[in-house]
Design a protein around this ligand. Structure first.
Ligand code: GDP
Ligand code: GDP
Length: 483
């Protein structure tokens, strides 16, 4: 049940000084300090969620990292801004300046925008006197269908601009009514780790609502039940997926059968949270790792359960394992080792259980409920963006083929699993190890332990090689240098 609402993003582009920042502030409704070149912090893109139901983004900072840019560098930076906006936005506001009139750089921007396929609204700014429509005349020559006069500084034409933006974006997506959908959980793990024991405890100790009987023995049984957490007055609804593998475990003896049965377990697709049960005595095995990899691919919330902890405790008491002060210290060391073997999981919570004791119900369901809340958040765009920029700033990527990987702007586009669109310079500069760093650090920054993250990197295609790099590319390079 992935939530997919593509964000409505309106990007403001245009050459320097046409009034982009001014327009941005007016749309946001307050002054946002725009720091493009503060030491250590480079704000390439600023974006804010507005009260109008869309995100507005000023791309004016891309490439503008120096106060003394040559006209050629300004042209290049402006082109980069437009490139970025084309990728990131649902609507582009192409801001021009009525007081300076149409310039060569406006023409370059127009040319880039004409072929992009995104809706474009030309905003002729600095028309401070209402009715001075003739100031718009030169801009009609750009050939865009939609053109509006505004005064970003004084507010003229602003209501009309908002109406036009809404017309372009269409109506706001209507959120589905909240229902009491149960939190769907399932236990998975190697045979005999205690999945059935854990599942049965949940069903024995809670009020069953419905039991969805399967059509065939291979189908999973789904049982809905309610659990009343201590101190709460309304019960919380859960659904346990009891897989065929759990009920007919005697038929699944070899690991090959086990894993093939797992792949066919459609049930996993409907779960919100998967508890990966590992055996406290054998610790994390290769099979467990494979299983963890499959869970990760499914993009579900994941909790690690170390079951049969009673046996491990007993062993500790009897053999008093060296290097640990007490049982709590041993447990801490065990958790660390589990986390290290399953390092690729998104910092999944680890819990220790004794399924035969039967007293783990509230503990398991509490972890499920907390994780479910974490899985379903709408992360504020400004914070997502800020965190990503900070992570890159804190730990700079290596230089790859002459330049560093660079993040411009990021936003969340889906839940369960979290999908974060990251607009960047060029993807080939992103190393795998750096992507993993970003994922792990993102999970920690938002306290999303157990929630898988998918980054979707969107970058510019690599520039064609220089003319000297091959006759084949000569023509293109010559064309580019003529601009
Ligand atoms: P940006 O470089 O495109 O972001 O432009 P700014 O927003 O920084 O504005 C550049 C200059 O134009 C500033 O001095 C603004 O005060 C001025 N400006 C912006 N909007 C208007 C407007 O509607 N009318 C007039 N007269 N000046 C404006
Ligand atoms: P499954 O194959 O993963 O569903 O595992 P079961 O729940 O059937 O358990 C396998 C065996 O382990 C059974 O004999 C259980 O009684 C035993 N078992 C399950 N949980 C625990 C536990 O926490 N401690 C101990 N000592 N034994 C357990």
């Amino acid at each position: 049940m992935e939530e997919k609402t593509e964000p409505r993003v309106v990007a403001i582009v245009g050459r320097p000084n046409v009034g982009k920042s001014c327009l941005f502030n007016r749309i946001v409704g307050r002054r946002i300090s725009i720091v493009h070149d503060q030491p250590g912090v480079t704000r390439d893109v600023i974006a804010e969620e507005t009260c109008h139901g869309f995100i507005v983004m000023d791309t004016g900072g891309i490439g503008m990292h120096s106060t003394t840019l040559s006209p050629k560098a300004i042209n290049a930076a402006t082109e980069d801004q437009v490139d970025f906006a084309i990728q990131a936005a649902s609507l582009i506001l192409f801001v021009t300046d009525a007081q300076t009139g149409l310039t060569a750089l406006d023409e370059i921007v127009a040319q880039q925008l004409r072929k992009c396929g995104k809706p474009i609204l030309v905003v002729v700014n600095k028309i401070d006197q209402v009715g001075n429509i003739s100031a718009m005349d030169p801009f009609f020559r750009l050939g865009f269908k939609h053109i509006l006069p505004v005064s970003a500084e004084h507010g003229g034409g602003f209501e009309e601009l908002l109406d036009a933006i809404h017309d372009f974006l269409g109506p706001m997506p209507v959120k589905e009514a909240e229902t009491t959908v149960p939190i769907t959980i399932c236990f998975t793990g190697r045979p005999n780790v205690g999945k059935s024991s854990l599942g049965n405890n949940l069903l024995k100790q809670n009020r069953l609502i419905v039991s969805d009987m399967p059509g065939t023995t291979r189908d999973p049984i789904k049982v809905t039940f309610e659990h009343m957490f201590p101190g709460e007055t309304v019960p919380c609804r859960f659904q346990l997926i009891d897989t065929a593998g759990m009920r007919h475990k005697s038929k699944i003896n070899t690991s090959v059968e086990f894993f093939s049965s797992l792949r066919t377990q459609q049930s996993f697709a409907t779960a919100d949270i998967i508890f990966l049960v590992v055996d406290a005595v054998s610790g994390v095995t290769d099979q467990d790792k494979k299983l963890a990899g499959q869970i990760l691919e499914l993009g579900k919330g994941v909790v690690i359960v170390v079951n049969k902890w009673d046996i491990a405790q007993k062993q500790f008491r009897e053999d008093s394992l060296e290097g640990y002060k007490n049982i709590a210290d041993f447990q801490k060391g065990f958790a660390k080792a589990v986390q290290e073997s399953l390092f690729f999981l998104p910092s999944a919570p680890i819990m220790f259980t004794y399924a035969l004791g039967g007293s783990e119900t509230t503990k398991i369901l509490k972890v499920a409920k907390e994780l479910y809340t974490r899985l379903n958040q709408k992360l504020p765009t400004s914070k997502v963006n800020q965190v990503m920029l900070d992570l890159v700033e804190r730990h700079k990527p290596k230089i790859v083929m002459g330049k560093r990987f660079r993040v411009y702007y990021s936003l969340q586009v889906a839940n369960q699993p979290y999908k974060i669109k990251v607009f960047c310079n060029q993807i080939f500069r992103l190393e795998d190890v750096y992507r993993r760093y970003l994922e792990g650090a993102f999970v920690n920054a938002f306290k999303l332990q157990g929630c898988p993250i998918r980054f979707e990197f969107i970058g510019k295609p690599p520039r064609p090689p220089m003319a000297s790099e091959g006759a084949h590319f000569k023509k293109r390079s010559t064309l580019k240098s003529k601009k």
